[in-house]
Design a protein around this ligand. Structure first.
Ligand SMILES: *Cc1c(COP(=O)(O)O)cnc(C)c1O
Length: 656
């Protein structure tokens, strides 16, 4: 594989780009100092030239240096993410243009909570939101409706929280409008959204509108009230706010609406644990989170979801959202977003509507693989011609359907190769922010949003976080400018990860064959992307627990140890478990067959913590380091890893 195109973009495992890195950084550090001096060149230094001669000053600098030396000495114990010997979690070497942008911007210390505190970087952040939205295929032209927007968060977890926070605002808003008209005895207009006037709608109807419909209902109703009751419009708006669940809190709201059932949030069993946290943070309660079964390909089971929706529909149980995952954290698999969208369409016809969020914290950047420079989508055939296996029909259809969902999470600090602290939340309809604005907008404007950006610059008003680093926005912005999010630019970097994963896959299959007399190496699912998990069972062993012990023996040599220096480790990997409780009987049976295990011994629950027969141990490999297939120094790292794995397997067998 030709990796030459990647060489300008990383510091490199050997510090190959040390010179460039240092040169640019020094240039920009000096430039920052000049900037300080030139704000008011007539001002004299505030710190006296003599200050440095005082013993206290010297002691303070000495202390500073000592502590910094201690810190950096300690930091040498860090996990060497940059190294091609690291194939564990979702991080790697950093994208140099973004890294430099972040370091340099930190010197200016912009706070992206609002324009006043970040005259430059708030707009960069909004621009980044737009770049991501375009990569996903959302409309970003304000003259067309709906227009998407996005912003950065501290990570995928907060972006996921934000989706539920947005969805709650929309889901319950029509009820607040309805309560307001009852309380204040208001008339409402003919509706373009509802088949009847708002006062004649029922709760079930009001809880089953799409986001676009909610926003349209709001706009038609408020315009009418503003026109009809101009003297009372302010009070009307206050009443609406008071009727909202965000104002009343869960307790009071449900006391007032005891006939309403609590809405459910549906996620696949493979979902990241942030979803459970999100339910707790939002006060919905983890009990309202329904974990949907996954199939043997580790993707959401659409038939099972269909049954759950049919049941919800017949019992009038509202569904707040259904989450699909584009790149599961444990397996890298991709849920069938296209089928989910189709299913929503089916239930819409029956009066049940819900919002769709795609958790693409890991896989979001995969969208760049199918995006052409002009914004169009490249064909499946064209995409396929660049790979050996990728993308399967399902994966292609799924990723190209993201444009039909309501919102998306993406993590620049994962496949975006940027430093930690960078997540992103993208919403298809930016008008949803009107439901979130912290300060009540007393004058309702049916805004012809030419000034939308000015309005969005007060970012802190409608996002979960407050003060936040502008440096992260700068990093993402510069990255997306240096390598735009299409298959010819940033996509090339992502493509390399997939091709390397395919290469790894083939090598694992070879290893499986060559070791079949000794162990059974099994890929418990066919990888969708760049994450590969394998299970290893010694030939003849039928016990799940013994197999897991065997896996642990191998993993001892691959995991990060507190007291083991990185130099004493050949490779660093990660592990995960496949829980019996997350998979179907057939799936469990099939896995046991593959691995030669006794399927009676693979159980849903265990009493004793020390037996592990309720799960299957997997070695997990995240393939994202740019240099894994580099062959300039003999064997590439994938080959080296497979050889090392064989050695570990032999060792573990001998130790039995
Ligand atoms: C990593 C990840 C998250 C959480 O993101 P953080 O950036 O760690 O907060 C959520 N969902 C998925 C699918 C992830 O891979």
């Amino acid at each position: 594989m030709n990796l030459e195109f990647l060489s300008p973009y990383f510091i490199g495992p050997y510090g190959e780009n040390n010179d460039v890195f240092e040169k640019i950084l020094t240039e920009l550090l000096r430039d920052h100092i000049y900037w300080r001096r030139n704000i008011h060149p007539e001002d004299l230094p505030a710190i006296s030239t003599f200050a440095s001669q005082s013993p206290d000053y010297q002691a303070a600098i000495a202390k500073t240096r000592t502590e910094l030396h201690k810190l950096t000495a300690n930091l040498k114990q860090s996990v060497p993410f940059f190294s091609p010997r690291y194939i564990g979690h979702m991080c790697s070497d950093l994208f140099m243009p973004g890294l430099i942008a972040q370091i340099v911007t930190t010197l200016y210390n912009p706070n992206n909570v609002s324009f006043d505190a970040a005259t430059v970087t708030v707009n960069l952040e909004l621009e980044v939101g737009k770049q991501f939205a375009q990569m996903f295929g959302f409309n970003t032209d304000p003259d067309q409706y709906p227009c998407a927007w996005g912003h950065l968060t501290s990570g995928g977890t907060v972006a996921n929280y934000e989706s539920l926070w947005n969805f709650r605002a929309a889901k319950y808003y029509p009820i607040a409008l309805f309560e307001t008209l009852k309380e204040r005895e208001l008339d409402t207009p003919e509706s373009k959204v509802l088949p009847q006037k708002l006062q004649d709608a029922n709760t079930w109807q009001l809880m089953n509108l799409s986001i676009d419909q909610v926003l349209q209902l709001r706009s038609e109703t408020l315009s009418f009230w503003q026109y009809k009751y101009p003297q009372h419009f302010r009070e009307i708006q206050d009443t609406i706010e008071q009727q909202r669940i965000e104002h009343q809190g869960m307790g009071l709201f449900y006391a007032n609406h005891w006939k309403c059932k609590q809405p459910l949030v549906l996620v696949p069993a493979s979902a990241h644990y942030s979803w459970e946290k999100a339910m707790k943070v939002m006060g919905f309660g983890a009990a309202q989170l329904v974990k949907l079964p996954i199939k043997s390909d580790m993707r959401l089971d659409i038939e099972a979801l269909d049954k759950i929706l049919a049941n919800a529909c017949s019992k009038n149980i509202p569904i707040l959202a259904c989450v699909a995952i584009m790149g599961t954290t444990e397996f890298g698999t991709i849920d069938p977003i296209h089928s989910l969208v189709a299913l929503r369409e089916k239930y819409r016809q029956q009066g049940l509507d819900f919002y769709i969020h795609v958790d693409a914290a890991w896989g979001g950047y995969l969208s760049s693989l199918f995006r052409d420079e002009d914004g169009s989508t490249i064909s499946h055939a064209q995409a396929q011609s660049m790979y050996k296996y990728f993308p399967s029909d399902e994966v292609y259809q799924s990723i190209t359907s993201v444009e039909k969902v309501d919102s998306v999470t993406i993590d620049p600090h994962k496949l975006g190769y940027l430093p930690f602290g960078a997540g992103g939340f993208i919403a298809k309809n930016r008008d949803i922010t009107k439901l979130l604005t912290q300060k009540a907008p007393y004058v309702f404007e049916e805004d012809k949003d030419n000034e939308a950006n000015v309005q969005f610059e007060k970012l802190g008003q409608f996002i979960l976080e407050g003060s936040k680093p502008g440096s992260v926005a700068a990093a993402s912005y510069v990255t997306n400018k240096v390598l735009p999010l299409n298959y010819k630019n940033f996509g090339r970097l992502i493509k390399q990860t997939i091709k390397t994963a395919e290469y790894f896959y083939d090598q694992i299959l070879e290893l499986k064959e060559s070791l079949e007399d000794k162990v059974n190496i099994c890929l418990p699912y066919t990888p969708d992307t760049n994450l590969l998990c394998i299970a290893i069972n010694p030939v003849g062993n039928r016990s799940v627990t013994a197999m897991n012990d065997f896996g642990q023996d191998i993993y001892q040599h691959l995991k990060v140890h507190k007291d083991k220096a990185p130099k004493n480790q050949q490779f660093i990997g990660s592990n995960t478990y496949l829980l019996r409780s997350n998979i179907s009987d057939q799936h469990a049976h099939y896995l046991c067959d593959l691995l030669g295990l006794d399927d009676q011994g693979f159980v849903q629950y265990v009493e004793d913590e020390n037996t592990q027969s309720d799960k299957i141990f997997l070695l997990r490999h995240t393939i994202m380091n740019p240099w894994l297939t580099d062959q300039t120094n003999g064997d590439d790292y994938i080959t080296k890893y497979c050889q090392y794995l064989e050695q570990l397997i032999d060792q573990a067998l001998n130790a039995r």
